[in-house]
Design a protein around this ligand. Structure first.
Ligand SMILES: Cc1cc2nc3c(=O)[nH]c(=O)nc-3n(C[C@H](O)[C@H](O)[C@H](O)COP(=O)(O)OP(=O)(O)OC[C@H]3O[C@@H](n4cnc5c(N)ncnc54)[C@H](O)[C@@H]3O)c2cc1C
Ligand SMILES: *[C@@H]1O[C@H](CO)[C@@H](O)[C@H](O)[C@H]1NC(C)=O
Ligand SMILES: *[C@@H]1O[C@H](CO)[C@@H](O)[C@H](O)[C@H]1NC(C)=O
Length: 605
């Protein structure tokens, strides 16, 4: 074993010779390069060639008589190692392939005017995410159905989780060395996205798992059907090439030679056009390509897949949204739908600042090995009572809450929907079948030791995303409103205190952790609260729920067939439609939802 010196920087790694680029698939086969090569009319127009959009495009074009156009604001990625090599993840953040949407400064979090990373590239956020591939707990999805969304329950979604996935189990040696367990029958065997374990896992990941175990946190046999407890997570990596498996490689490339499938990159959609009938019908999409404004007609449907920030923006620009907002901005009202942009959720998170003196990379690992080892490879999802000594008092406080802590601008329908959610969420907070806190070990382990992040699941605080002008190229106001509900902060404080206990377990002590100076003096809940206010982040890059599925009189934007209320021919298939954020990283759920959406659109459900 050798200590890895901090002098080994990312830059040094970049110059190490690698042959990864050659393994990337050529992927631009029949992509349309110029708008004048398009048909004037398609059966379906998909807005956004990201994670969900490419799933739906692939599935709909399986029928060769169905024509589909995808309009994507970003370009194709340049095929460089930065996109596909696991050890490089994070390197494309802040590049021209990242929207970098600014957020509004928080009311509670003084640190929260961040730039939100979002993929602006074919493949969307799946092209630049951190490849963690996991599902939420069954109770998370059953909660969607409990809110009135018929058919959106765990057992129905399970078949779509499987449909999207090809699971490759860990190596036998890993199973032995790390006591890994899995259940292949709960995974997919032939779906487009690869879920696999990197061939090399940092040895200290075992300390993380054992440390959790020593506090009574059990290891989940397989997170795929039981995402509570601690587990080694798979990553969206093709095990043959050890490169990123994402919506472009998995769903776009295999479909790209179909003549009924067109994708036009660099096409920024500005609005949807609807008829003026009593129930307006979406018939066309307006977009800008190479400085020209163009419209294209949809014979059957327009499908929004622009992600949880841009989908509500496009709806609002189209005149579908809260009527007061639209009136103030002089956007002609198409459908008064007060839930558009509301119910905004994510997983607020904070890195617990520790350094580790005894962290090592095995002697036998080469530079290339470091680049194929992803991140910490283990996660822990904790029901409230497993980390919070205050569970019963916090839940009682929740049940007694008079205020909603929603924005004063929230419409009564949205408030009604939230009250229903709150009751359900508090029952999840009170259950051992659902997690309210995640502990993650994160990337760059080789430089600084495991970076430990805690992240709040199932928050009660709600943000909102609203346009501030008619300008389709201006970012909407993204207001996370993280921790505005004070109970979210109480859980976060208990999460912080749990981490102190965790770092004192003998397994973690082996790594010789040292608490950073900035948190060493924190003793009281109030002191911890103040530190969290200036150090927590409102996001774990899991933006969702801004055009959520639900009853119209409860602030729902789409019905259980994902059709936008009050319209015809308009659906949403991206992370916006989730009513509640699951306790998981989001991509596996986005793929499953989009797979189910495709079957709904095909009419076979
Ligand atoms: C940095 C980062 C790290 C993450 N890490 C993980 C992880 O490790 N594990 C995990 O499970 N999840 C992770 N996620 C979350 C996950 O990747 C996303 O939840 C998921 O990809 C979202 O899919 P989507 O289809 O809703 O949106 P996206 O994939 O973002 O797709 C939206 C697409 O629409 C396009 N678009 C937007 N506006 C317009 C417009 N006006 N006109 C035309 N096109 C438009 C965008 O360019 C984009 O391609 C991460 C996300 C990010 C950003
Ligand atoms: C899930 O939904 C389907 C279809 O609506 C239904 O048949 C099934 O009973 C539901 N499952 C559960 C566990 O509620
Ligand atoms: C939480 O529990 C701790 C330990 O029992 C106690 O000191 C603290 O006052 C409790 N805080 C709240 C908000 O209930």
């Amino acid at each position: 074993m050798k200590m890895l010196s901090s002098k080994i920087t990312l830059i040094a790694l970049c110059t190490a010779h690698l042959a990864f680029a050659a393994l990337a698939l050529a992927s631009e086969a029949t992509v349309i390069k110029r708008a004048d090569q398009l048909r004037s009319r398609y059966d379906y127009i998909i807005v956004g060639g990201g994670t969900s959009g490419l799933v739906v495009a692939n599935r709909l074009t399986e029928d060769s008589s169905t024509t589909v156009l995808v309009l994507e604001a970003g370009e194709f990625d340049d095929g460089s190692d930065e996109f596909i090599v696991p050890g490089y993840m994070g390197k494309t953040l802040g590049s021209s392939f990242d929207w970098q949407v600014p957020s509004v400064p928080g009311e509670v979090l003084t640190s929260s005017d961040i730039k939100i990373p979002l993929g602006k590239v074919v493949g969307g956020s799946s092209a630049l995410n951190f490849m963690i591939f996991d599902r939420g707990a069954p109770a998370d999805y059953n909660a969607w159905e409990s809110l009135g969304n018929i058919g959106w329950n765990w057992s129905n979604l399970l078949s779509y989780f499987k449909k999207s996935e090809t699971f490759t189990p860990p190596l036998t040696s890993q199973v032995t060395d790390f006591d890994m367990t899995y259940d292949s029958s709960s995974h997919g065997a032939s779906g487009p996205i690869h879920a696999s374990f990197p061939p090399l896992i940092y040895p200290q990941t075992k300390n993380f798992v054992q440390g959790m175990n020593s506090l009574g946190i059990p290891t989940s046999h397989d997170q795929a059907t039981s995402a509570i407890g601690v587990y080694y997570h798979a990553s969206s990596i093709d095990p043959l090439t050890i490169t990123r498996s994402f919506a472009k490689t998995a769903y776009h490339d295999p479909a790209s030679k179909r003549s009924n499938y067109h994708l036009l990159p660099s096409s920024h959609v500005t609005k949807i056009l609807l008829t003026r009938s009593s129930t307006p019908r979406a018939y066309s999409v307006s977009y800008r390509h190479l400085n020209r404004d163009i419209v294209v007609l949809a014979r059957k449907e327009v499908i929004l897949a622009a992600g949880a920030v841009h989908t509500p923006q496009i709806l609002q620009l189209t005149g579908i949204g809260p009527s007061t907002l639209l009136r103030n901005l002089k956007i002609p009202l198409t459908v008064d739908l007060p839930g558009v942009g509301e119910n905004f959720q994510d997983h607020p998170s904070v890195q617990i600042p520790y350094t580790f003196k005894n962290v090592f990379t095995p002697d036998s690992w080469s530079f290339n090995d470091i680049l194929i080892a992803t991140s910490g490879n283990a996660l822990s999802f904790l029901p409230t009572s497993w980390y919070s000594p205050n569970t019963s008092s916090i839940i009682a406080a929740g049940r007694g809450q008079e205020g909603t802590w929603l924005s004063p601008l929230t419409a009564p329908e949205v408030t009604a929907g939230f009250m229903k959610q709150r009751e359900l969420l508090l029952s999840l907070w009170d259950s051992e079948d659902a997690a309210t806190m995640e502990v993650a070990t994160f990337s760059m382990t080789q430089f600084q030791g495991p970076s430990l992040v805690i992240s709040l699941q199932h928050p009660l605080s709600r943000g909102r995303i609203m346009v501030t002008s008619k300008d389709p190229y201006a970012s909407p106001a993204v207001d996370f409103r993280a921790f505005t509900n004070p109970l979210d902060m109480e859980l976060m404080i208990d999460g912080f205190l749990f981490m102190r206990k965790f770092l004192q377990t003998s397994s973690m002590m082996e790594l010789q952790p040292e608490e950073a100076l900035e948190i060493r003096g924190l003793e009281t809940r109030e002191e911890i609260r103040q530190w969290l206010r200036s150090n927590a982040r409102p996001s774990f890059s899991h933006v969702c729920c801004t055009a959520s599925m639900g009853q119209r009189e409860e602030g729902g934007v789409v019905d259980s067939e994902l059709k936008v209320w009050g319209t015809k021919g308009l659906r949403i298939v991206d992370a916006s439609v989730m009513p509640l954020v699951p306790s998981a990283h989001l991509q596996a759920t986005v793929y499953a939802v989009a797979e189910r959406a495709a079957d709904l659109i095909k009419g076979i459900l």
